[in-house]
Design a protein around this ligand. Structure first.
Ligand code: KIV
Length: 300
């Protein structure tokens, strides 16, 4: 049975809504969106939280990792997504280097995402409690993100599930608690054993949103391009393809190409025509209108 899209008029999602969802055991839906069209479709479908994720570095820009994407590039996509979102909470991902040097710089960059990008919250990776406190003091809701944090790819030695040893398990539990204490409104749990994510979810008062962290989180998030198979890479274990956009786009582009080559496109009813009166005038006196295009004149 498919559920009908949530009416555009339903209430705006805020950090408070997400907290109430946790308290009333209603799952939170989240998805990445990087442009107007996908943000609008996801918003109209009733997704609660839309993240302009720095994953766009890989899935939109074709980069090897998320590390090179800049604040200006993230802002460009945040503004585009903003125009498509009415109901969902719009979260901007702070890119690598935009909050690692100092809390002052982190707050200044986060303010840009709110003022120039229209974001309603920012997401930061890692257990950066001092920064979270500063952002909250600057009236910016913060989404934390722990576990497999892609901006730490070099330190982690690859994209590896985290929290598998007893020491790491305890560390991640503590990080989650500290983020909550610092004022985060949500914590993303990425790439960790289901048991650990379940324990963190039970311990925290704020909602957890999982990606590769099992079904016990308060909500789930996926990268849009993973959801519709547009990533050109073998999917991670947790990825479920809900559509095959690669195949859909490929066959549409191939059909278009073939139609152009065979002169089947555009058809007669896809062409504009002269009004009858103009056609009659042109036929009666073909040279009546002088057409001078200097750039097309032959050189002597
Ligand atoms: O950048 C991103 O898409 C993310 C999600 C995977 C949580 O951080």
């Amino acid at each position: 049975m498919s559920l009908t899209p949530v009416a555009a008029a339903s209430a705006k999602i805020t950090p408070l809504t997400l907290l109430e969802r946790k308290q009333t055991h209603q799952p939170i839906t989240a998805l990445t969106a990087y442009d107007y069209a996908t943000a609008r479709l996801a918003d109209e479908a009733g997704i609660d939280l839309l993240l302009v994720g720095d994953s766009l570095a890989m899935v939109v820009m074709g980069l090897e990792s998320t590390l090179p994407v800049t604040v200006d590039e993230m802002l460009h996509h945040t503004r585009a997504a903003r125009r498509g979102v009415r109901r969902a909470m719009l979260v901007a991902d702070m890119p690598y280097g935009s909050y690692h040097l100092s809390a002052d710089e982190g707050v200044a960059n986060a303010v840009r995402f709110v003022k120039d990008g229209g974001a309603e919250a920012v997401k930061v990776e890692g257990a950066r409690t001092e920064l979270v406190e500063r952002l909250v003091a600057a009236e910016i809701p913060v989404v934390g993100h722990i576990g497999l944090t892609p901006q730490s790819v070099h330190r982690m030695g690859g994209y590896k599930v985290q929290g598998k040893t007893a020491v790491d398990y305890a560390r991640l539990r503590k990080e989650a608690r500290n983020l909550e204490k610092a004022g985060a409104c949500v914590v993303v749990l990425e790439g960790m054993p289901r048991e650990l994510a379940a324990e963190i979810t039970a311990e925290l008062a704020i909602p957890t949103i999982g990606i590769g962290a099992g079904v016990d989180c308060d909500g789930q998030i996926l990268v849009f391009h993973d959801l519709v198979n547009l990533t050109f890479a073998p999917p991670a274990r947790f990825v479920r393809h809900y559509a095959d956009a690669a195949e859909l786009f490929r066959s549409a582009i191939t059909a278009y190409r073939d139609d152009v080559v065979e002169r089947r496109y555009p058809a007669e009813d896809e062409s504009y025509h002269l009004p009858k009166s103009t056609r009659a005038a042109v036929v009666a006196e073909p040279n009546a209108v002088a057409f001078d295009a200097p750039h097309l004149r032959r050189k002597a």
